[in-house]
Design a binder for this molecule. Structure first.
Ligand SMILES: [Zn+2]
Ligand SMILES: [Zn+2]
Length: 409
């Protein structure tokens, strides 16, 4: 049979595809359709159930008059782009997600859905926070990683993107709980440590000093908490989830066990709270940490010479995720390599890592729920221990640093 006699490829739904992804292939239109469709549906749901689904922090930032036209535009664009993608592409997954979400949003009332009543002050799930995050991060990082890719052949939907997107979704959805768990322990346990002369002096500093001061102080605390997560076997079991990512991009940074996120953020906030930094300085800090923590995971080739010795860059953090042994337990900071340089854990050669993930093998599961329980489960089999060489982490026995380094995975 000659090539021309092959039957045309049949329309199908699949999470992986070998079809081209360039302009005109229906991939970009499908991707934008899916993002806008999910965003539009989330917006409609948040309008319908604001007390249940709307993050309290975001509520003062938008009015119904502002979001309704934006939701209408997003849904319309999603429908159009989804239709274009469905016509151009054999794999209809993105088009179905986009148009499906749009139709569901329309059935629920579309952008004119009646606004539900607010339920008290608290909310449970930050669907609006997820929508804002999804649209903003996709709009910034997908083009960035396409035009300035460190690894151009790495696809948007690379291996294990589903689990990372699940983290992205759940972390945004639980924003209310995570914020509470970050702020409350410091407020409850360390109010006694706040001294009026100190908090007064800190509050009187100009904003331009407060924000860099928070970044330096937070990074110092975060450095040691992060280092402890690497060095204490029971904590490493939790943090290993973050290091199990074998593809680096903006989404990979979301892969963080809930306990890891809460403990790290909660402890990092303690000195900031005790010193009494005002909310006006905390807000820029929260934006900077969210942007930088995402950016340093991105699949972007920028090296930022000559600033890379002072600012944490993608190269700096990519080496933290390297599967090469010489990079094990290096580059713990998020904002500046200064702390790593001071405490002897700085590692930044003039090349990029060859591979990412757990060096020496991996026994971390690949689904969100199994990763959630993984650190608290007893070791299943001796073969897994042999393959990873990390029996100390699973039994909880403490080992010397040299052996820890040799066996870290
Ligand atoms: Zn780490
Ligand atoms: Zn990371």
């Amino acid at each position: 049979m000659t090539r021309t006699e092959l039957p045309p490829p049949r329309a199908h739904l699949s999470l992986s595809t070998l079809e081209p992804t360039g302009f005109g292939s229906g991939f970009l239109s499908g991707l934008v359709s899916a993002v806008l469709g999910i965003g539009g549906l989330g917006g409609v749901l948040t309008l319908r159930f604001p007390g249940f689904l709307g993050a309290a922090e975001l509520r003062p930032l938008y009015g119904l008059a502002d979001v309704r036209p934006a939701i209408a535009l997003a849904l319309l664009a999603s429908l159009l782009l989804g239709t274009i993608s469905a016509c151009l592409r054999v794999n209809k997954t993105l088009a179905v997600i986009g148009t499906g979400c749009t139709l569901l949003a329309a059935l629920l009332g579309g952008s004119q859905v009646p606004a539900g009543a607010q339920v008290g002050h608290g909310s449970w799930l930050g669907v609006d926070f997820f929508v804002v995050n999804l649209v903003l991060y996709s709009a910034v990082f997908i083009p960035l990683e396409r035009f300035f890719a460190l690894r151009p052949h790495q696809h948007v939907f690379r291996g294990e993107w589903v689990v990372d997107l699940t983290y992205f979704f759940i972390n945004a959805l639980l924003i209310e709980v995570l914020t509470l768990l970050t702020l409350q322990p410091a407020a409850v346990l360390f109010s006694w440590a706040r001294l009026a002369p100190v908090t007064g002096a800190v509050a009187s500093l100009p904003l331009i000093v407060q924000v860099p001061a928070i970044l330096l102080i937070a990074d110092f605390t975060q450095y040691w908490v992060h280092r402890a997560f690497h060095r204490v076997p029971a904590l490493w079991r939790i943090h290993a989830i973050h290091h199990s990512a074998e593809n680096m991009d903006w989404l990979a940074g979301s892969r963080l066990h809930l306990v890891d996120a809460v403990v790290t953020r909660g402890l990092t906030y303690v000195p900031i709270f005790v010193l009494g930094f005002p909310q006006t300085a905390l807000i820029p800090y929260v934006f900077i940490v969210a942007a930088q923590a995402t950016f340093i995971h991105a699949n972007v080739r920028w090296e930022f010479w000559p600033f890379r010795r002072f600012i944490a860059t993608p190269a700096f953090h990519h080496w933290h995720h390297s599967a090469e042994r010489e990079a094990v337990d290096r580059n713990f900071a998020v904002h500046t390599p200064l702390w790593d340089r001071l405490f002897g854990t700085y590692y930044l050669p003039d090349r990029w890592p060859a591979a990412y993930g757990l060096c020496g093998g991996r026994d971390v599961p690949s689904r969100w729920l199994t990763q959630l329980v993984y650190p608290f489960r007893r070791k299943q089999s001796s073969s897994a221990t042999k393959s990873t060489g990390r029996d100390s982490a699973t039994t909880g026995t403490t080992r010397g640093h040299d052996e820890h380094d040799n066996h870290r995975n």
